[in-house]
Each structure stands twice: as C-alpha cells, then as structure tokens.
Design a protein around this ligand. Structure first.
Ligand SMILES: Cc1ncc(COP(=O)(O)O)c(C=O)c1O
Length: 375
C-alpha cells in the first residue's frame, strides 16, 4: 500500500460554527447602541424565546455555561446525599455533584450505547439517594423510559446531562422534555454554541423563578434577596452569537450527517474498528464520531492510533478517558468495578467531524486508519 502524506494543515476534532463577521458586527452594533451588555437584555430575551421554539420545550433558562447550569439544577431540585450517575462522562457532570456536597454513586454503562445501564441502577439505590443524573453520551439518548420508571418507583428526581444533545429527539419527543431538568452545553466545541453557555429545560414552570434567582445572586427587583444565589447569567454577546448560530445549525447538522455516512461506509470493513449503531427512533445531531479500537483485532491499541494519527496532522480525542472513578480526588474503594466503562474508555477515539471538513478529508482519515492497520 502506498505511503500516505500527512495533511498540510492540522485537522482538529472539531471547529466552531462561525457566523459571518458582518452579521456579528451588526449584532455588536445593536448591543453597543443599547448600552445593555448583560442582565437579561434584548438579545437574551429574543434568544431564550427562539431557543425554546427550536428545542421544542415548554420552559428554558439560559446560563453562562453548562457546568454552572448543572450545579444550579442540583440546588433547585434540593438534592442531597447520593446521586446515581455514570463514570463515563466529562468531569463537569461529577464535579457538579461534589460542588453541592453530594456523593456521586457510579453505575456502569452499557456496551452498545455507552450510557448508564438502567438495569443496574436499582441495586445502587439507598435511603440516601435523592436523584439520578444520567448522561446522553455523544448525543445518544439513554433508556429514558426505564430511567423514568425507576425514578417514579423510588420518588427520585432526574437531571439529564444533555450537553451533547442539541436538537436530538427520541420517539418524536424533544430530548429536553424528559426527566425533571435537562442541561444543554453551548461551549464552543459543541455543534451549537454561544462561545461559552448553557441552558436548562424543564416541564414544571415553577423552576422559572428558582433558576432566575439562583443565577442572579438570589436577587429579584432591586432590594429583595431571596436566596444565596450565584452569578451564572448569560451575557448579551453570548446570546447574540446564539441567535446567529441558530440560523446555521440545521445546515451544520446536515453536513455532519453526510460526513458520518462517509466515515461509516469506509470504516465498516476494517476489522478491529467498531462504531455506534443508529437507533431509528432517534433524530441525531451528529456532533461526534466515536469509534472503538480493539487492540487485538486492529493490531494497534487506541493510544497508539491516537499518537500515530498526530503524525499525519490529525488530532483525535479520547473522550472520555480516564473514567471518573479514576480521578485522584474520587474516594471510591471499588473503583475497578466498572468493566464496561473501563473497556469503552480504553478503546474509544473520537475522530474529527465538523461541517467544513471535506469528503476527501474523511476519506483520507479512513485511508490512514486502514494504512495503520496494515503497517
Ligand atoms: C457531558 C458533559 N457535561 C457537561 C459539560 C460541561 O459543559 P460546559 O463546558 O458548557 O460547562 C460538558 C462539556 O463541556 C460535557 O461534555
């Protein structure tokens, strides 16, 4: 097989959506003229309304980032004691619990979708359990029916970490309508972003006031302070970028869908590489393209592939390695009891995917992978 030349420019895991600069200038001009930079200005108001429509949810509250939104969701639901969650996630999920003095109780994941295994949740419930915090990893919905049934049976709250789920639907329902609260992240690396940012969605409108107070120092009006809130407001520039990106996100999802198909067609016959099967009842956003590398079948392990790809100027990511039970500050005694999460964390590699990537770039990445296997 002929040697493959490296890319002449770095191919990163993702590139942010960038609205045309002239539109950004126009928005900045509007904001400058209003002299209203933050604290629920016009951009914020419009963005909240438009986003609610886009995400097909009843209630929505904007935040300066997803992590603080998640932390404040725990406070709004008055969670205490223990919360059952997944070890296969980004640290923010787990840290939001620690930040509230809640103990994370980890439940292993399923090998087919990398999400929390609902069949193992009930064994972990104790009198101290106050909630479940599942993560829809890579935008793949969890088994929401089973999870919600368990929550009802034991009177537990459910906060879904939907950081990867912008626009995802399951069985014709928007993902942000499941559970008590859903958190979306609008970080620049996400398919839809507001530079930094996040939102909570929820069915019960009583949380509108609670979230407003929690993100606004507990202050309503000028002199009434109701609770010891923090500052987690989204500012006007973030909201304006959100409005501009809302115009672009459908096209971005379409482009990524096409690129995903090209990856799949070209990787499906490489022994030792596996990827997630699509569920026909899900509308995906194609934010990530994760593959699993079986070191025995592929002949290189995931870390070797990760390093080798760099030599070709391709920068993949090991989302999510290490698993959360391996963090130094995690005090769990049986940190090795999560065989599925460990296996996936050791085999996972997220390949570059973003709308600007060309079909030939994807073909070349697949060619490199094939070449590495044959080497
Ligand atoms: C699963 C998950 N949860 C939470 C977060 C935190 O969101 P943010 O970066 O908006 O604070 C992220 C990513 O950033 C994430 O991937």
């Amino acid at each position: 097989m002929k040697e493959i030349k490296s890319f002449n420019k770095p191919i990163y895991i993702t590139r942010p959506l960038l609205p045309p600069l002239n539109e950004v200038y126009k928005k900045i001009k509007e904001i400058w003229e209003s002299k209203w930079l933050t604290n629920f200005g016009q951009q914020h108001k419009t963005f909240e309304l438009e986003l609610k429509k886009y995400l097909k949810v009843k209630n929505l509250s904007l935040f300066c980032n997803g992590t603080l939104a998640l932390q404040l969701a725990c406070q709004a639901l008055e969670l205490t004691g223990e919360v059952i969650t997944t070890p296969f996630t980004f640290p923010a999920t787990i840290n939001s619990l620690y930040q509230n003095n809640i103990t994370p109780i980890f439940c292993d994941i399923k090998l087919d979708d990398f999400n929390i295994n609902p069949d193992e949740i009930e064994n972990l419930i104790t009198p101290n359990t106050s909630a479940l915090m599942p993560v829809h990893v890579f935008g793949n919905p969890c088994d929401v029916e089973k999870i919600d049934n368990i929550a009802k049976k034991y009177s537990l709250k459910v906060i879904y970490d939907s950081a990867h789920c912008f626009g995802v639907e399951y069985k014709g329902k928007a993902i942000g309508t499941f559970g008590d609260v859903n958190m979306f992240s609008f970080h620049a690396t996400k398919i839809f972003h507001t530079l930094e940012g996040g939102a909570l969605t929820y069915n019960d409108e009583k949380f509108n006031l609670k979230f407003f107070l929690l993100k606004n120092f507990g202050i309503k009006g000028e002199e009434d302070i109701f609770l010891p809130g923090t500052n987690a407001k989204m500012n006007e520039i973030q909201a304006a970028i959100g409005l501009l990106n809302l115009n672009l996100v459908d096209e971005e999802i379409e482009k990524r869908k096409k690129l995903t198909k090209i990856y799949k067609v070209n990787l499906k016959d490489i022994i030792g590489i596996r990827f997630l099967e699509e569920n026909k009842e899900v509308i995906y956003n194609y934010q990530y393209f994760p593959i699993l590398i079986d070191e025995f079948e592929f002949s290189l392990n995931r870390d070797q592939v990760y390093e080798e790809m760099k030599k070709y100027n391709v920068f993949t990511r090991k989302y999510f390695y290490p698993i959360c039970t391996q963090y130094k500050y995690y005090p769990c005694k049986d940190a090795d009891n999560f065989p599925n999460a460990e296996k996936i964390a050791n085999e996972i590699l997220c390949l570059p995917i973003y709308g600007e990537l060309m079909e030939e770039d994807i073909l070349k990445i697949c060619e490199i992978l094939l070449y590495l296997k044959k080497e």
